[in-house]
Design a protein around this ligand. Structure first.
Ligand code: CU
Length: 67
């Protein structure tokens, strides 16, 4: 996970293929469903996350650091 932008409520994540979203590996910017999620992770950490397509936009619905 590359970057946390609390003002824009977005995070930049480099992810592997995500089968349920039909998405190949890439680095991309996701909005988050709840801005409080951004307090749980820091740039540079490895994270595990879930994303859904909501109103045509991929949104991170859950995120946690991987220890
Ligand atoms: Cu992607």
């Amino acid at each position: 996970m590359r970057k946390v932008d609390k003002d824009a409520k977005k995070i930049t994540i480099r992810h592997g293929p995500i089968r349920n979203l039909d998405m190949p590996a890439m680095a991309m910017v996701f909005p988050v469903k709840d801005p409080a999620m951004l307090d749980q992770v820091k740039a540079g950490e490895k994270v595990r996350f879930s994303a859904e397509k909501l109103d045509g936009v991929y949104v991170v619905t859950n995120i946690e650091p991987v220890k």
